[in-house]
Design a binder for this molecule. Structure first.
Ligand SMILES: Cc1cc2nc3c(=O)[nH]c(=O)nc-3n(C[C@H](O)[C@H](O)[C@H](O)COP(=O)(O)O)c2cc1C
Length: 180
């Protein structure tokens, strides 16, 4: 709560991130019984700054909907979907090599399908003004357009930016303008 109080006056929005696979036990906080008191406590300290909750792609559809509906009840601005995945399904890299790399989250194209699926699921149940920030496997203007068409209010990219470099956002914006 201390960090919320300090950061709120400086932030455009705040995110409760309970979805990182890199902090042991963190994703367990996505269980509603644990998450609701945490989100309520942070929300009280936000001083009107929009608050979001970031979820993992590995939650079930039911969990994603229950988290989003709880957020809506509390007055949370929206959901950020999604973080990295703990799944190793569908990777083209040799499984033994993947195994040797150890634990941690997978980002980029392997997350894209589930990220888009969760976006569609949430938007179908939660109309605007409940906000949805879509992230996971977004690399091109076509991907951004797809997320906007699926109901995203904002689109983020992490891995796409890492691999494409500083001109990435500008190229996407131009691509979007060209496609209008
Ligand atoms: C190296 C790395 C570090 C990350 N650190 C954070 C973090 O501190 N907090 C967070 O909410 N998400 C973090 N993420 C998740 C990303 O913000 C994003 O949700 C995820 O990678 C899916 O998007 P992408 O496919 O565009 O990378 C991290 C991702 C990577 C690859």
């Amino acid at each position: 709560m201390t960090s919320t109080r300090i950061l709120a006056p400086l932030a455009d929005y705040l995110v409760v991130n309970v979805s990182s696979p890199n902090t042991p036990g963190l994703r367990g906080l996505q269980e509603i019984d644990l998450l609701e008191p945490l989100v309520r406590a942070v929300f009280r300290e936000c001083s009107g700054v929009p608050l979001f909750v970031k979820i993992a792609p590995d939650v079930t559809n039911d969990q994603a909907l229950r988290i989003a509906e709880m957020c809506q009840r509390i007055g949370v601005a929206g959901i950020v979907a999604t973080n990295t995945t703990v799944s190793r399904a569908g990777l083209v890299t040799d499984p033994a090599r993947v195994e040797a790399m150890g634990d941690g989250g997978v980002s980029g194209p392997p997350v894209a399908h589930r990220s888009l699926e969760i976006l569609r699921l949430l938007r179908a149940r939660l109309p605007r003004p409940f906000a949805l920030i879509s992230v996971g496997g977004v690399e091109t203007a076509v991907h951004v357009r797809e997320r906007l068409d699926a109901g995203a209010d904002l689109v983020q990219g992490y891995t796409g930016f890492v691999y494409a470099g500083p001109g990435w956002a500008r190229r996407i914006t131009r691509g979007l303008n060209d496609s209008v």
